[in-house]
Ligand binder design. Structure first.
Ligand SMILES: Cc1ncc(COP(=O)(O)O)c(C=O)c1O
Length: 355
């Protein structure tokens, strides 16, 4: 008789769920995945496809996408051996965790934070040291410093600005954590373009235990193309490259990245629009009774309502898809929605006023 399949699998799978997006990924007004409301314009898509068509599709791309890495390094003004490109930053998270974690290792994760961190850590049978945020969802820097020291963690993961809270650490707080710890500190800057804080990227040279993670899925509006980056000092980067999946980025991703970076005013214009709308929306939410908005440092807003499940459903029936983040620690009855186009933002505010 065959052995029970469950016994043959990684025991960590018992405590891990398949990734799901509640409410799906289709809606008239889709505000649930922190995407950009602006697609890449048709003229630029055509330019990208025009380049892509000249590529040999029967040939593997480079083992690592060197063209894309060079383009991003030039854009940042750093050397190409400090950057690595991935198929979305999610893939880079797996790579970094594979390089740094394993049985017996400890990773510090502020809670709540992006759910994938804990999931990969558990898959790799590492111990998660959770450090709760303050009740207003701000980071508790003292508690992070204390836990990092007392628990002797190997890795610290800081999503700043943080998904799902929309709060940030300051530049000085990030620096303090990286400088005062001998753990590897992974700073996920997925939302940095929307932040009031300066990126920690400028300290890559002097902080050998720092890794900065970036995504092109948010401000750069390329969620459908799948591009992420890690930036670190070249010695550390050479180690991170070892577990990397070879050929993971397509030729299309490299060309798209290069073209979007060459037309970066599209991104800065979109970010200005989104920030303007974010601040307008926040002020409008402040004067609605029966809900509490949180000040955001990202392209999304968090509101607390009296019954998040009911509000989620009633928005859903109006064609508006948001994320119910109530399941996260400290976020009871909270909903998350990203900033959309003016008309979409007007529609959601109108519905929330009628609660
Ligand atoms: C904090 C954070 N990191 C990483 C990601 C993953 O982005 P991607 O894999 O699209 O680059 C997300 C996506 O929502 C995120 O919120």
């Amino acid at each position: 008789m065959k052995r029970d399949i469950g016994l043959l699998l990684n025991p960590a799978l018992k405590n891990i769920a398949t990734y799901k997006v509640e409410g799906g990924q289709q809606a008239e007004i889709k505000l649930n995945q922190n995407e950009s409301p602006f697609d890449v314009p048709m003229w630029l898509k055509e330019e990208i496809i025009g380049e892509f068509i000249k590529e040999p599709w029967n040939r593997y791309p480079d083992i690592l996408p060197y063209r894309g890495m060079q383009a991003y390094a030039d854009f940042l003004g750093i050397s190409a051996d400090s950057v690595m490109m991935s198929n979305g930053s999610n893939e880079m998270l797996y790579t970094i965790f594979l390089a740094c974690l394993g049985p017996g290792r400890k990773v510090l994760i502020p809670e709540p934070s992006f759910s994938l961190y804990e999931k990969i850590a558990r898959l790799l049978q590492s111990q998660v040291v959770s450090v709760p945020m303050h009740s207003d969802l701000d980071f508790d820097t003292d508690a992070i410093l204390r836990a990092a020291r007392d628990e002797e963690v190997d890795v610290i993961v800081l999503s700043t600005p943080n998904n799902p809270t929309s709060k940030s650490l300051t530049f000085d707080q990030v620096r303090l954590i990286v400088e005062s710890s001998d753990a590897i500190v992974l700073v996920d800057e997925a939302y940095i373009e929307f932040s009031r804080q300066r990126s920690i990227l400028e300290l890559i040279e002097e902080l050998p235990n720092l890794i900065v993670l970036r995504t092109m899925s948010k401000a750069l509006a390329l969620a459908g193309i799948r591009i992420g980056f890690a930036v670190a000092n070249p010695l550390l980067m050479a180690e991170l490259a070892k577990p990397k999946i070879p050929f993971a980025s397509s030729r299309l991703a490299e060309i798209t990245l290069t073209k979007v970076l060459a037309n970066y005013s599209l991104v800065t214009d979109a970010v200005s629009y989104i920030l303007h709308e974010r601040d307008k929306l926040y002020n409008e939410l402040l004067i609605i009774d029966r809900l509490e908005p949180f000040m955001s440092d990202t392209n999304f807003l968090i509101i607390r309502v009296s019954d998040a499940g009911a509000v989620f459903q009633s928005l859903r029936t109006e064609g508006i898809l948001v994320r119910n983040v109530s399941g996260y620690h400290l976020m009871e009855n909270c909903l998350r929605f990203n900033i959309g186009l003016v008309e979409e933002n007007r529609r959601i505010i109108e519905k929330l006023r009628l609660l």
